[in-house]
Design a protein around this ligand. Sequence first.
Ligand code: UT7
Length: 330
Amino acid sequence: MYKAYISGIGHYLPEKIITNDDLSKIMDTSNEWIYERTGIKQRHYVSPGQGPSDLAIPATENALKMANLSVKDIDLIIFATSTPDYYAPGSGCLLQDKMGFQTIGALDIRVQCSGFVYGLSIANQYIKTGEAKNVLVVGAEVQSTTLDLSTKGRDTAVIFADGAGAAILTSTDEGKGILSTHIHSEGKFAKELWVESPSTIDSPRLSQEILDEGKHFLYMNGREVFRNAVKRFPEIIMEALDAHNMSSGDIDLLIPHQANIRIIEFIAKKINIPMDKIISNINRVGNTTAASIPIAFSEALIEGKIKKGQNIILAAFGSGFTWASAAIKW
Ligand code: UT7
């Protein structure tokens, strides 16, 4: 059996910065409310015409550069997004064309905030079995165009944002890399955080009535999501640790999905890990769904927070509900 390690990681945030004060000009909210409830001060939004496959390009270029690889070296694209450029085909196919990858497999996965960790899990299997040597895992999102940016949608709209992260998983026989991944789902909560339309159940898929009812906007029952998140995050982190007879004291760095700073603080308390061992960029970046973990990971690396030999845990929770973790030896 081979082992997979992260040979490269990169990220990209679109240029346009939207502050809490900017949002309070278009809906009934305030910088104080958003910052106190979520820890967010600003987020990035795309410009018209930019899709997740576009955001993925600079993120992937940075990851390839760090790995010292070219597009020709990549054997498979796994593209995690809950906001694909188009209903069909997938954003992975678009990225294959835009970056000139060979005619390799391109797989979109839609597991929302857990997408990047699910993607690592799939890539890990391809590498462990020897089916692939280098796999690209992208998490890229354009949430801004799916938000109801009026007072009606304010509880959901203020947290979500745009961005992309990308990692290259490469085969190695050294003692580093992905130790294990764990993935879960619980679809009975599907409607607590979802985009109802356009849907194949509706005929026609899109109508004035659907638009008037706002069914095409991302909807979140924030309290229910929060309640489940604070339960599942500690569980999935402990599952990752238990698999390697580790305890929370063995974690050098925890990179959680950036949903809300209050959730991250709750995790820290629950599993007894100091906040300085937890990466958080939510104040600047907001909640970028599948892109959130690779962006935080890439930034932490650039800032010199990641060092050889560290035990790193990634943990995610989101719509589905889905949740997932990865244990990594750097
Ligand atoms: O990434 C996927 C996973 N997502 C998450 O993990 C998010 C989990 N949920 C959350 O982070 C929080 O539930 C939110 C940040 C979304 C909301 O915070 P909350 O403390 O749960 O607020 P709430 O929805 O219970 O609303 C409290 C009050 C309400 O007013 P009343 O009914 O008490 O008078 C809301 O109408 O705050 C009001 N409110 C706002 N006020 C100003 C809701 N949103 C806003 C807003 N600005 N943006």
